[in-house]
Structure formats: structure tokens, C-alpha cells
Design a protein around this ligand. Structure first.
Ligand SMILES: C[S@@+](CC[C@H](N)C(=O)[O-])C[C@H]1O[C@@H](n2cnc3c(N)ncnc32)[C@H](O)[C@@H]1O
Length: 460
């Protein structure tokens, strides 16, 4: 049963979607509270929505009409906006998005007892479009290539454009989509596990211009597929000479979406070169690398500016990945120890240090919980400790180990304000206080916000 309702959006949920509350008469005089999630709305807006099953407690409703728009509502650029789950805030003026992100960080800090007024305004992008250097597209069973529909992982929106991805990499992905159609190659069906083409992963270095395009398929590019694979190589390298790595990844694993059992190089090499903050990096198809390089560079510069590493100092970089922060910090310090759980990232970090002539950076392939003890054993008390954990945060155990190791300064880089504030609270008993909290927008038109925080220790 579908019902049309007029209501007001009260606030946004953690995914950035509008929330409204309605009351339903139960017939016996009592009323039942129902929460509606309404995508593509903004706080304070009066809206007309349609809702299936209005008897449930929580319902996802469809926006039919905005009756009273928010003053910061704008027309989204992308034709896929309403169906695609990628950019939930394209209908919000960019300055409004930034204010919301600052408030979000303030709330997270206030909820852990910190002074929210310490939180600076979010640093945004001057041109918040085409900023992403990596995208993954999926083939539908009919062989069309695109992005998943919001809330429905079975439906694919055929790719026409994307306003957040680099322009050249979208062009290359669309060429792969046209190639699949012309050769009548079937897409992989997640239900029957039949079909050939699974995904296309594209990475682009905005600094060097190099592009990687990796096609994931259930069969190798041999036998009856050899001609099609040769045609793909000719088309892509002919039209996009920037593609320095064209890969055919064999993946038969039902569960693993973008892993690969074998890599076949159709053209170029199996990695591309990128640059960030003056350092050169090799990126393989599965290397974690910051996806908004312009803002990532600002993040590195901010972290350096806040921490001011000195050439006499010893530094620990926890959750160091491929060394995005390690290399620029090592260049200014005496010695740096990076800790990272993914073995291939550690190998990559070592190679990146070597490629960039950095000889005072050492890397351990360890879980942060154990790696930190080993790093302190080898290095002694760190003057500076840097950490950039995943969304789940570092956790109390690691934070207390950091507190006990008593570094002079701590710089925490985070993509989740809630786990950030909770982790920082663990440092308070050790005498650490945040002295600067700087949010940075790495993901315009999405709810995500990155933060850099400097902490120093009060003299006791
Ligand atoms: C947000 S990324 C930061 C990487 C790096 N600082 C950068 O900017 O490229 C978090 C990193 O932590 C690593 N990681 C996740 N869990 C970990 C753990 N328990 N111990 C050590 N590293 C971990 C991930 O593999 C990833 O490289």
C-alpha cells in the first residue's frame, strides 16, 4: 500500500539522508511514531513523499515534491543523481555542505567532553568536481557497465558520466563499456554465477597523467576471447594514450569482488606512477592510495605544518599504508618507523622510500597493536607519533599504548569524527590535549569528512 504524505525534514542521518517523523493513529486513541528516511532532502524542508508500508516503524520514503525548499538547495549537475548512491549531497550548495561537516565534527568532539569551539572551519575545494582518482564500475548481466543504484546492489545504472571522477578515466571506462556491447560479451550474474565480465577499475594520476584500467572477468583473455582482448587493447591505447597499464584480471571467486587469481597485462605495465606532495609512488591495482590527491596534499601539508618535525627527532607513523605521510615526515626527521598491517602496502612503502631517496624510513608489516611495541623497542621514545587509522579508529588498546609511550606530540588523521573523538578521549588521562582540530573536505557531495588533530602533553 502506498501513501502520500506532507511532512518536514528534521535532521540528516549518519548517511546524510533526510529524516522526518510522523505519527500514525492506531484507532484506540494511541499514536505510533514512524521515522521516514527521505533521500535528496535537506533539514527544515517541507516535502511531499510517498511511502510503501506506512505501518512500519522506519520507512524509506520517496521524495515526490519539495514544498518549501532549503535556501541552500541547488540543482544537481549529474543526470544519475537521484538513482546513484555516490553523491548524496549534490542538491546542497557546497558552502552549506562544508558548514554541515564542521557541525558534524563539533558534535562528535562535544559528545566526548571536548570543547567544540576548538574545531576550525572545514577546508573545502576551490573546484569540488572531478576530484576522484579511482573508480570501480560493475557490469550488469546484460553486459552494460555502470554504478550501483542507491540501496539496490542488484541494479546497475548504465554509465553516461560521473562528475566526481577524473574526466579521462571516465572516458576510458566508457570505451570499455562500448567494447563489451559491440562484442556482445555477457556480464556476470551474481545470482547464477554465470557470465564473463564483472568490473572495471580505473585509476588516474592527476600529477603524471597516467591511467590504469583493469577489467575483471571470469575467464582468461585467451582462446575465443583473444580477438576481443586484442581489440580492447587497440581501442583503449589508441584513444587514450595516457593508459599506461591495461589489465585483464582473472577472477572466478564468487565472493571476492575485485581480487584476482591471475593478472594478464594487455598493454603497458602492471602499475602506474603517481605523485603526491613532491614524492613519486607506484600504484598497483590493489594499492590503497588517497582518492582525492589535491586535498590529500593539503592534508600532508597541514600535518607537517602542525607537527613541525625536526631533523633530530624520531617519528612513528602508525597505519602508514604506502607511506603517504611517512616519506614527507622522514625527509624532515632523523628516523621514522612506519607500521602497517597489509604486507603488500609495506613492500610498496619500502620501494617508494627507495624510489624517492629516503634512507631513514623503516617499515614493519604488523598489526598496530603489536607493531607499536616493536617500534618503541627499536626506536626508543618517539618525539612525534602520527596515526591515520581506518574508519573504525585505532581503539582503546592502541591509544593507551600511545599514551604510555609518551610522545612529545601526536598528530591524528581521521576519516571518522566519532571514532576520532572517542580515541582522543583515551589520551586525556595521559595528559594530552588537542591544540588544533582541522576538518578537511576530501569527499565533496558526500557526508564524509577528514580531520587532522594536533595534541600536545601538558606538563605535570
Ligand atoms: C586510512 S588508511 C591510511 C594509510 C596512509 N596513511 C595513507 O594516507 O595512504 C589506513 C591504513 O591502516 C591499515 N590498517 C588497518 N588496520 C590496521 C591494523 N590493525 N594495524 C596496522 N595497520 C592497519 C590499512 O591497511 C590502511 O593502509
Amino acid at each position: 500500500m502506498e501513501k502520500i504524505l506532507d511532512t518536514e525534514i528534521q535532521h540528516l542521518d549518519g548517511k546524510g539522508l533526510g529524516q522526518a517523523v510522523i505519527w500514525r493513529e492506531l484507532g484506540d486513541g494511541r499514536k505510533k511514531k514512524i521515522t521516514l528516511t527521505v533521500p535528496n532532502t535537506l533539514p527544515g524542508e517541507r516535502v511531499r513523499v510517498s511511502a510503501d508500508h506506512p505501518e512500519r516503524k522506519r520507512i524509506k520514503a520517496k521524495l515526490e515534491m519539495v514544498l518549501e525548499p532549503h535556501p541552500e538547495r541547488v540543482t544537481p549537475l549529474c543526470p544519475h543523481f537521484e538513482r546513484c548512491g555516490g553523491c548524496v549531497w549534490q542538491h546542497w550548495d557546497y558552502s552549506g555542505q562544508l558548514k554541515q561537516k564542521t557541525d558534524r565534527v563539533k558534535q562528535a568532539f562535544a559528545s566526548q567532553g571536548f570543547d567544540p569551539d576548538m574545531v576550525e572551519e572545514t577546508i573545502g575545494m576551490e573546484h569540488p568536481w572531478h576530484y576522484r582518482n579511482k573508480m570501480e564500475f560493475t557490469f550488469a548481466p546484460d553486459g552494460s557497465l555502470g554504478l550501483h543504484e542507491q540501496g539496490n546492489f542488484r541494479k546497475i545504472i548504465p554509465l553516461e558520466t560521473c562528475y566526481i571522477a577524473g574526466k579521462n578515466m571516465i572516458g576510458a571506462a566508457m570505451e570499455a563499456a562500448a567494447w563489451a556491447k559491440e562484442h556482445h560479451l555477457p556480464g556476470y550474474d551474481k545470482d547464477t554465477h554465470e557470465g564473463l565480465l564483472r568490473h572495471v577499475l580505473v585509476r588516474e594520476s592527476f600529477a603524471t597523467g597516467e591511467i590504469m584500467l583493469a577489467l575483471f572477468a571470469t575467464e582468461p583473455p585467451a582462446g575465443h576471447l583473444e580477438k576481443a582482448a586484442n581489440d580492447l587493447a587497440e581501442r583503449i591505447t589508441g584513444k587514450f594514450p595516457q593508459v599506461k597499464s591495461l589489465l585483464w584480471m582473472e577472477n572466478r571467486n564468487w565472493a571476492d569482488r575485485t581480487g584476482a587469481e591471475r593478472t594478464h597485462i594487455l598493454a603497458g605495465r602492471d602499475f602506474i606512477f603517481d605523485e603526491l606532495a613532491g614524492f613519486r609512488y607506484r600504484l598497483w591495482f590493489d594499492t590503497f592510495f588517497q582518492t582525492n590527491p589535491a586535498q590529500a596534499q593539503r592534508l600532508v601539508e597541514l600535518a607537517l605544518d602542525m607537527a613541525r618535525p625536526q631533523e633530530t627527532e624520531k617519528v612513528i607513523d602508525l597505519f602508514c599504508g604506502v607511506g603517504t605521510f611517512s616519506l614527507p615526515f622522514a625527509k624532515r626527521a632523523r628516523e621514522l618507523m612506519g607500521i602497517e598491517i597489509v604486507e603488500t602496502s609495506v613492500q610498496s612503502a619500502k620501494r617508494n622510500a627507495e624510489d624517492n631517496g629516503i634512507q631513514n624510513a623503516f617499515f614493519l608489516a604488523k598489526d598496530a597493536r603489536h607493531g607499536i611495541d616493536e617500534a618503541i623497542e627499536k626506536l626508543g621514545r618517539p618525539d612525534l607519533l602520527l596515526l591515520d587509522p581506518p574508519r573504525s579508529g585505532a581503539g582503546g588498546k592502541v591509544m593507551r599504548k600511545i599514551g604510555r609511550s609518551s610522545p612529545g606530540r601526536i598528530v591524528y588523521i581521521s576519516c571518522n569524527p566519532d571514532t576520532l573523538a572517542a580515541d582522543l578521549k583515551e589520551l586525556v588521562p595521559f595528559g594530552y590535549r588537542p591544540v588544533k582540530i582541522q576538518p578537511v573536505d576530501l569527499f565533496p557531495h558526500t557526508v564524509h569528512v577528514e580531520c587532522v588533530v594536533l595534541l600536545t602533553r601538558e606538563k605535570r
